[in-house]
Design a binder for this molecule. Structure first.
Ligand SMILES: [Zn+2]
Length: 326
């Protein structure tokens, strides 16, 4: 049994009926497993609201034993269609973190473009070779290193993905500079998925009305940056812009900008981020560090989370080792 300073915070991304979509290979949580996980949590945990969590940091008020809070990143339409109705029926609050640009500009985040390219192209070796060719084409213009440098550094298989897939993800998500990442990702997305970014964006992400509807029905809407950048790679001025736009957006959809929270894209932040958030009155900041939150140990702006895959997805399962964390 946990003490009353701790809370399990769970992070979700795609929640959809995968086999019945056009992209069954997208790495997401099946809706029926989401329901199973909620049933499991109802049996063993106590759902709290973000207001209770803020309160526990500000006033040192105790949390219920085995408390749990659900967070959903990236503003997917999945959240409105598949998550919101279930949480609403069960009177559970979810916290939804929306990248502003996807809603106000109808863009698609690069990270999502990569997911759909990988889900669409079954021959990963072909995609890998295509990327090496793209590096050759841009080598002079962007002063790139020889291909072997990137291969040796990035093409290392892990327990989930082959070395080709890891190479594609790391090269396009992290390694290359922002404009080149964007260029190559868009080329592949246009070629393999669709050239109509706006229409695809409208199907992939929630719109303002939907977000505002969830907010009016007791869900918490938080910030996830304007353009979903790695914040630690930006200057302080650029970060200030990202965060200011985030706060404005929360106000636009009817949220209380004095009572707002943030989830860092890719879990990335630095001292500048924390400084700006403090000055903007941000009440909580969520990272992707894997742990149980202990309000006596952790800072309110660097809160750890578990992934949905760290928690059982069957209502009859027994709690795992995260349950007994003290
Ligand atoms: Zn994100």
């Amino acid at each position: 049994m946990r003490n009353n300073n701790t809370c399990t915070i769970i992070m979700y991304h795609y929640v959809r009926d995968l086999v019945n979509t056009q992209y069954p290979d997208i790495k997401g949580l099946n809706t029926h497993l989401f329901i199973e996980q909620i049933e499991f949590l109802q049996k063993h945990y106590h759902f709290i609201t973000i207001e209770e969590l803020i309160d526990s940091f500000q006033n040192k008020s105790p949390l219920a034993p085995n408390s749990v809070l659900l967070t959903f990143d990236d503003g997917y339409m999945d959240h409105f269609n598949n998550v919101f109705p279930i949480l609403n029926r069960k009177k559970i609050q979810g916290c939804f973190y929306i990248p502003v640009e996807t809603v106000v500009k109808n863009t698609i985040l690069d990270v999502n473009k990569i997911h759909f390219i990988l889900a669409k192209v079954t021959d990963k070796q072909k995609l890998y070779n295509e990327l090496l060719n793209a590096l050759d084409n841009y080598r002079a213009e962007y002063s790139l290193k020889p291909n072997d440098f990137y291969i040796n550094k990035l093409a290392i298989a892990d327990r989930f993905d082959t070395k080709e897939v890891i190479f594609i993800k790391r090269l396009l998500q992290v390694e290359l500079e922002e404009t080149l990442k964007n260029k190559i990702t868009s080329e592949l997305f246009n070629k393999y998925v669709t050239s109509d970014e706006k229409a695809f964006s409208r199907e992939l992400y929630m719109n303002e009305e939907q977000i505002s509807c969830m907010q009016r029905n007791g869900m918490h809407i938080g910030g996830h940056g304007h353009s979903h950048y790695w914040l630690d790679s930006l200057s302080k001025e650029q970060q200030a812009f990202e965060i200011e736009k985030t706060r404005e957006f929360i106000e636009t959809i009817g949220g209380d900008s004095n009572y707002w929270t943030m989830s860092y894209p890719y879990g990335s932040y630095n001292d500048d981020t924390l400084d700006i958030l403090k000055n903007n009155g941000c009440k909580l900041g969520f990272t992707t560090d894997v742990n149980i939150l202990d309000t006596k140990l952790h800072n309110y702006l660097t809160i750890p989370r578990l992934d949905t895959n760290d928690i059982p997805k069957n209502r009859h399962d027994e709690p795992n080792s995260w349950y007994n964390y003290i």
